[in-house]
Design a binder for this molecule. Structure first.
Ligand code: GDP
Length: 356
């Protein structure tokens, strides 16, 4: 699962990417190819578990990211940027809403809503062009030879085209599993999950009016949206200790840092949930697809655990907090032994029993 960070030049993409991944990234504009990185998932439940178990080792879950070349006339015309985006599972689009005379804007003025609409229009247009070409090709082919599979795809492509013409992204289109399979290998960009990060000035961090400007359109298009200040996040990242960071956040009235929110929204849009394994040796957070069975989740840890899965011992993070300890939640009957069909829930703490 990989999230690609896209946006116009000078919107704060690189700043955010660097803070998220700790990478001093190359300049993707110069390299002209995606810069990979991984972000630690910042989840307060993990910190609490580490405090409780005092393990020798602690491992956070990580999310793969890629900083993509900037969206500008050349990368759009050449089409490379779309090939890069097509490799991603989700897109995080960074939009500039901060004013700063020292930072130029390709359009000459700061207007987050305009940029949001323009970039979305480019992405939609890319998909329309692809569908159109594909339709031409398929129509030519079925004219020559009758072919049921091609005819089916042609029908689907025509429906896709009609959908796109209504300016609707493909993520809103309900497709059957068969249809989904038919187009899965095609580079449709608007089918990807999307998170919008509006990079605002510090004083606009809690600006509900600004968020409200985007909310209806984002909701209608199944896009997650959030405000972030790359500048504030960069300042937080420079602080050494957790208590210094907390003081800073308290002073600004920030409950959840933008990085926490951003990774949380990315996970949500990717349909990923977290589970934990705990003990004196190690506390670790893992990611798995929502609705995964216990053996599937075990397979995230190691394929041997999936293959030799016998049962899972399960309790929830919330119960652990509510009852204060494993012993207390066991007394309350909140410790469960589950089989192969158990569906793992967000915040489950698992111990997998398996045979080799
Ligand atoms: P990119 O081109 O989208 O990757 O943008 P960068 O992250 O390289 O940022 C472009 C310029 O904007 C740099 O000089 C940053 O220091 C500055 N910048 C980024 N985020 C902010 C912000 O939130 N506020 C202000 N004032 N400047 C920012």
């Amino acid at each position: 699962m990989k999230v690609g960070i896209i946006g116009l030049p000078q919107t704060g993409k690189k700043t955010l990417f660097q803070i998220l991944t700790g990478n001093a990234a190359l300049d993707p504009a110069k390299a002209n190819k995606p810069v990979p990185g991984a972000a630690d998932i910042m989840d307060s439940r993990f910190n609490t578990l580490v405090d409780m178990y005092q393990p020798k080792k602690q491992v956070r879950a990580r999310l793969d990211l890629a900083l993509l070349p900037r969206l500008e006339a050349e990368t759009i015309a050449g089409g490379e940027i779309f090939r890069d985006i097509a490799d991603m599972d989700a897109i995080c689009h960074v939009i500039r809403a901060f004013e700063d005379d020292a930072v130029y804007h390709a359009q000459g003025s700061v207007n987050a809503w305009r940029d949001f609409e323009n970039v979305n229009a480019e992405l939609l247009m890319h998909d329309q062009i692809f569908a159109e070409k594909r339709i031409q090709r398929l129509a030519d082919e079925v004219k020559k030879i009758k072919d049921e599979a091609r005819q089916k795809e042609l029908d689907l492509m025509q429906r896709i085209q009609a959908h796109l013409e209504q300016e609707n992204p493909l993520r809103l289109m309900a497709l059957s599993p068969d249809e989904d399979k038919m187009i899965r290998s095609y580079p449709f960009i608007t089918r990807k999950k999307m998170v919008i990060a509006v990079n605002v000035a510090e004083e606009d961090l809690g600006n509900q009016d600004l968020l409200a400007r985007f909310a209806p359109a984002c909701q209608a298009q199944a896009i997650e949206v959030m405000l972030v200040s790359a500048k504030v996040e960069a300042e937080i990242a420079l602080l050494d200790t957790a208590s210094e960071k907390q003081e800073f956040l308290d002073a600004l009235g920030i409950e959840e840092t933008a990085l926490e929110m951003l990774t949380r929204l990315c996970l949500r849009s990717l349909n990923l949930i977290s589970f934990f394994t705990v003990g004196k040796d190690e506390v670790r957070q893992w990611l798995v697809r929502r609705e995964s069975t216990a053996p599937r989740a075990a397979g995230v840890i190691h394929s041997d655990l999936e293959r030799g899965f016998i049962r899972a011992e399960v309790f929830s993070y919330d119960d652990l907090i509510a009852f204060g300890s494993e012993a207390e939640l066991k007394k309350a009957g909140r410790f469960y032994v589950e089989g192969k069909t158990y569906l793992v829930k967000d915040g489950d703490i698992l111990n997998i029993r398996f045979s080799v």
